[in-house]
Write a protein that binds this ligand. Structure first.
Ligand SMILES: [Zn+2]
Length: 301
């Protein structure tokens, strides 16, 4: 009897560990979330699609037992004041004031462009984070895991001066100002990772050591060919966090469709109204989702 009880206790202890976090990633659901979000239409701040996306994020976080926090403010932009809503879902918050934090982030707004639905750019990043929430539900990690949906990543006019990255700049500055930044072990930004022709760039401003952890996880899963086969520097939501002293990686597919002088520098479908669900694949979401969660497991040991 006592042996049996002991055995049950061991089984429970093992099942509560985060060793298999990546096995809890549901790619089919991630694809379904992407389709649902793309179906909301344009999702620039203030649009009905943006509000529907916020509601979905809150619903999933509540279902998954996250601690939900808001980072709301009004941004001064070339189109006047814009209400910005960063959404944070925290998992495994302990009572230890020095508990390390790991942040997984992605933007949920889309470009201010008529007819642009951003299935990949905005849709896939929002969706993969929702699936991370589902995977984290009931899984124990030593680190506190924050899922952060950044708002108003897209520039109103162009990525020059202070246009663009509004939400991430606000949150990064807040973390530095209140001292939380020193507890953040790392920050991964997911961007355009639903691309059917998946190829994650070795983004040149990103933290090399953390990229090497991602490469190790990808290698263990047999996904090595999808990561770091080319180098490029990208202005993205990771930059304000690097500037705040946080090691950060932009996990970005920077070649979306055909490349060439006749196309956008990030590919023919980038910021084009052809960024639709037929350019997204469940397999790509699976490769990136499992790899990133295994990387978190490696860093959590
Ligand atoms: Zn974009």
């Amino acid at each position: 009897m006592s042996f049996k009880l002991g055995f049950i206790a061991v089984v429970l202890a093992v099942s509560a560990r985060a060793d298999a976090l990546h096995e809890h990633f549901n790619a089919q659901q991630a694809y379904a979330y992407t389709a649902q979000i793309a179906g909301f239409g344009e999702r620039w701040p203030g649009s009905p699609g943006h509000t529907k996306t916020e509601t979905l994020i809150h619903q999933v976080l509540q279902k998954d037992g996250a601690r939900i926090e808001a980072d709301d403010f009004t941004a001064t932009t070339p189109r006047g004041p814009v209400a910005v809503h960063n959404i944070i879902g925290k998992f495994n918050v302990s009572t230890d004031p020095n508990q390390q934090i790991f942040i997984l982030a992605g933007h949920y707004d889309t470009l201010f462009q008529k007819g642009f639905i951003g299935a990949n750019d905005g849709g896939s990043s929002t969706a993969i984070l929702l699936s991370f929430a589902d995977a984290l539900a009931g899984q124990k990690t030593k680190m506190q895991i924050w899922l952060v949906w950044t708002d108003l990543e897209e520039a109103i006019n162009a990525f020059t001066g202070d246009d663009g990255l509004y939400g991430s700049r606000h949150l990064a500055q807040k973390l530095r100002a209140n001292g939380t930044q020193s507890r953040v072990r790392g920050f991964f930004l997911l961007d355009m990772i639903g691309d059917k022709e998946l190829g994650v760039a070795r983004e040149t401003e990103s933290d090399r050591k953390l990229q090497d952890f991602i490469a190790r996880a990808a290698g263990q899963l047999g996904y090595g060919q999808y990561f770091f086969q080319y180098e490029v520097g990208i202005i993205d939501d990771h930059v304000p966090f690097i500037n705040a002293g946080i090691p950060a990686v932009d996990v970005v597919d920077a070649r979306f469709g055909r490349m060439g002088p006749e196309f956008d520098s990030m590919g023919e479908f980038h910021h084009a109204n052809t960024d639709t669900m037929d350019k997204v694949s469940q397999r790509s979401l699976e490769v990136v989702g499992r790899t990133i969660l295994l990387t978190v497991e490696l860093l959590d040991r």
